[in-house]
Ligand binder design. Structure first.
Ligand code: PGA
Length: 235
């Protein structure tokens, strides 16, 4: 089963989310659809859509003004969360260890973490991109995680939000490395999503690349007329 995840980032209203859930419910798809929305929109999903947060706290509760815990996210009915998205890593100064704490809190509270890893253009140009991604997986997955408790999303940071799409070969090479890393860690059925500049036009080619189990879609997940064709074309 392929996974189509949307990331609304800091966009959207409750009315737009209702509309999107209604539109997705009409699509006959075998894919699992996940929509990552701002905290204010969190709620239970529908028959064929999971609602997810875009981050959860490293902490359980207490004096952390502005932060939101995994338990609080789960209490809204949402069932998953992004952790370690490159924008959140940059804004919050997260290390891989911080991301692992967030992911562990998600797992402890029955939320499926989508753990994001990726390399910057500088790292890629320096030739350290593969190492960064390998370390991202090794260090951002919590020590005690079990198979099937989390999802990995590979996001080339040099492509996100810039309309740049890596070549199929670049995606295939990095997904192979991620798959090998997960295998070495003892995870043999963790889904690995690709995310950056996915559109209705390129989704079919991308999702059929070896070791790509789904996509994480930013900009093109905001409007029904963009997101629904992505779900349809992913089949
Ligand atoms: P994009 O964003 O699809 O707009 O490139 C991807 C992401 O940040 O998840």
């Amino acid at each position: 089963m392929k996974i189509i995840a949307g990331n609304w980032k800091m966009n959207g209203t409750a009315a737009q989310l209702d509309e999107m859930i209604a539109a997705v419910s009409k699509v006959a798809t075998r894919a699992r659809v996940i929509l990552c929305v701002p905290y204010t929109l969190l709620r239970a999903g529908g028959a064929n859509i999971m609602i997810a947060a875009q981050n959860v706290s490293k902490f359980d509760a207490g004096a952390h003004t502005g932060d939101v815990s995994a338990a609080q996210v789960r209490a809204t009915g949402a069932t998953a969360t992004l952790v370690g998205h490159s924008e959140a890593r940059a804004a919050l100064g997260d290390t891989n260890a911080d991301v692992a704490m967030r992911a562990q809190n998600a797992i402890n509270n029955d939320l499926m973490p989508i753990i994001c890893v990726g390399e910057t253009d500088t790292e890629r140009d320096l030739g350290t991109g593969v190492d960064v991604v390998r370390r991202g997986v090794r260090e951002s997955v919590p020590q005690n995680a079990k198979n099937s408790e989390f999802i990995i999303a590979y996001e080339p940071r040099w492509a996100i939000g810039r309309g740049i799409t890596p070549t199929a070969q670049q995606i295939m090479d990095m997904h192979k490395i991620i798959r090998e890393t997960l295998d070495e860690m003892g995870f043999d059925n963790t889904p690995v999503l690709y995310g950056a500049s996915v559109t209705a036009q390129n989704v079919r080619d991308i999702i059929n690349i070896k070791n790509v189990d789904g996509v994480l879609v930013g900009g093109a997940s905001l409007k029904k007329q963009d997101f629904i064709p992505i779900i349809e074309n992913a089949e």
